[in-house]
Design a protein around this ligand. Structure first.
Ligand code: 13P
Ligand code: SF4
Length: 348
C-alpha cells in the first residue's frame, strides 16, 4: 500500500506529538509512519478494533490502538464494540478473555505471548486442588487460561479480588495462581486462602529496599504498586491497585512525584498523558507483553497465521464464561470495598 510523501509526513508528525514525550525522534516516527498508516487503513476497511494493554509499547498504544486499558476493561470494550474483528495487543490470556466474552467475534493476537502467572497452572492442576480441598471454593485471577477458568467457580481481577473472595459462600478458598497476590489478600480476609505457586516475573523483581531508597531520596513521594508485588514491597507503599487504578490515582492526585512499582508501560503512559508529573525509580519490562509489534499487528490484519487466531473449544467457552459471569454476580452481592483497606484516597 503506497502512501504519499505528504501523508507520511503528516503521520510522522501525529506520532511525534505523543512519542517525543518518551524519547522518540522525528526520524524514529518517520520510520514507522508507513506501517501505522497501513494498519489504520486496514482497520477501517475491515471494521476491526485494536485494543492495547497499558503494558504495550508507545507506538502500539498511541499509533494504532482504539482503546488502551487493563486486562478486564479491554475485554468489556471488545464486547461492547460493534466491530466484528478484534486485534488484542497483549498476552494470550487477555485475547482469550475477549473471545470468551464475545465468541461471535474474530479475536486475533499479534504474537503468541504467554504470562508467567497464566502459564504456571493447568486445568488438571485445578482439578487436583479441588480433590485435595473438597470443601473449598475456587477463585482464579483473570491472568489464567480459558481452560483454567473453565474449572473455577469465579474469576477476579486485581481490583476486585477481595470482594470476590469475601462474597464466595465457602470459608476456604483456593486462590490461583498468584501466590504473592494471595499473600497480600490473606490479612484482609477472614477466609482461609489455599494458594498456588504462580508469580509474576515482573512484579517479583521489586524489593522493599529499592522502594525505601527512593522514598529516602524523594521525601513526600507517592509510591504506587500493583498487588502482584510481594507483601514486603506492598507494606512499604502508599497505594495498591490494578494498572487502571494506578493510572487513575496519578491522574486525579494533586501530588507531583511518584514511583510506579509496576511494568514500564504505565510510566510511558504517565509521561505521555501527564507531563506535569515526575516519575522516579526504575520500572521493569514484561518480556511477554513486549513481544507485540506493529509488524505483528499488520500481519494479523493482512494474513493472520493460525497462532494469531484465538480459538477456544465451545464447551470451554461456556464454562469459562460462567466463571466470569459469577464474578459479576458476586461483585453485586458484596458490600465489601475491595482492596481498599490499604488504599488511600488520591487527594489525601
Ligand atoms: P491488570 O489487570 O491490572 O491490567 O494487570 C494485568 C497484568 O498482567 C499485570 O501484570
Ligand atoms: Fe504476566 Fe507479569 Fe507480564 Fe502481567 S506483567 S503479563 S502478570 S508476566
Amino acid at each position: 500500500m503506497g502512501f504519499s510523501e505528504q501523508e507520511q509526513q503528516h503521520e510522522a508528525g501525529r506520532l511525534h506529538e505523543k512519542l517525543s514525550k518518551v524519547g522518540w525522534t522525528v526520524e524514529d516516527c518517520k520510520l514507522i509512519a508507513p506501517m501505522t498508516l497501513e494498519i489504520n487503513q486496514l482497520k477501517r476497511q475491515q471494521n476491526a478494533l485494536i485494543l492495547a494493554h497499558s503494558y504495550q509499547t508507545p507506538d502500539i498504544m498511541y499509533g494504532v490502538a482504539d482503546a488502551i486499558g487493563d486486562s478486564y476493561g479491554l475485554s468489556v470494550e471488545a464486547k461492547k464494540s460493534p466491530a466484528k474483528k478484534i486485534i488484542f495487543c497483549s498476552v494470550h490470556f487477555m485475547g482469550e478473555t475477549a473471545k470468551i466474552l464475545s465468541p461471535e467475534k474474530e479475536v486475533l493476537v499479534p504474537a503468541v505471548a504467554g504470562c508467567s502467572l497464566a502459564d504456571s497452572i493447568t486445568a488438571e492442576d485445578v482439578r487436583k486442588l479441588r480433590r485435595q480441598h473438597p470443601k473449598a471454593g475456587v477463585v482464579c485471577y483473570i491472568n489464567t487460561s480459558a481452560a483454567v477458568k473453565a474449572e473455577c467457580d469465579a474469576c477476579c481481577t486485581s481490583s476486585n479480588a477481595l470482594k470476590i473472595i469475601d462474597a464466595m459462600p465457602q470459608e476456604e478458598i483456593i486462590f490461583i495462581p498468584d501466590k504473592l497476590m494471595g499473600q497480600n489478600l490473606q490479612p484482609l480476609t477472614k477466609k482461609k486462602l489455599i494458594l498456588a505457586d504462580g508469580r509474576c516475573i515482573v512484579h517479583e523483581e521489586f524489593t522493599p529496599e529499592s522502594v525505601k531508597a527512593i522514598r529516602a531520596q524523594y521525601p513526600g513521594i507517592k509510591i504506587l504498586a500493583h498487588p502482584e508485588c510481594s507483601p514486603s514491597v506492598v507494606s512499604e507503599v502508599d497505594f495498591i491497585g490494578s494498572t487502571s487504578q494506578i493510572l487513575d490515582y496519578v491522574h486525579t492526585s494533586k501530588d507531583k512525584d511518584f514511583m510506579l512499582v509496576t511494568e514500564c508501560g504505565i510510566t510511558d503512559r504517565v509521561n505521555i498523558e501527564k507531563r506535569d508529573k515526575n516519575i522516579y525509580g526504575s520500572c521493569v519490562l514484561c518480556p511477554y507483553m513486549k513481544k507485540i509489534s506493529l509488524a505483528g499487528v499488520l500481519k494479523a490484519l493482512k494474513d493472520p497465521t493460525e497462532h494469531q487466531i484465538v480459538k477456544i473449544d465451545p464447551s470451554v467457552i461456556r464454562k469459562a464464561r460462567a466463571c466470569i459471569e459469577n464474578m459479576f454476580a458476586l461483585e453485586k452481592k458484596s458490600q465489601n470495598l475491595g482492596l481498599t483497606a490499604r488504599q488511600i484516597p488520591a487527594e489525601s
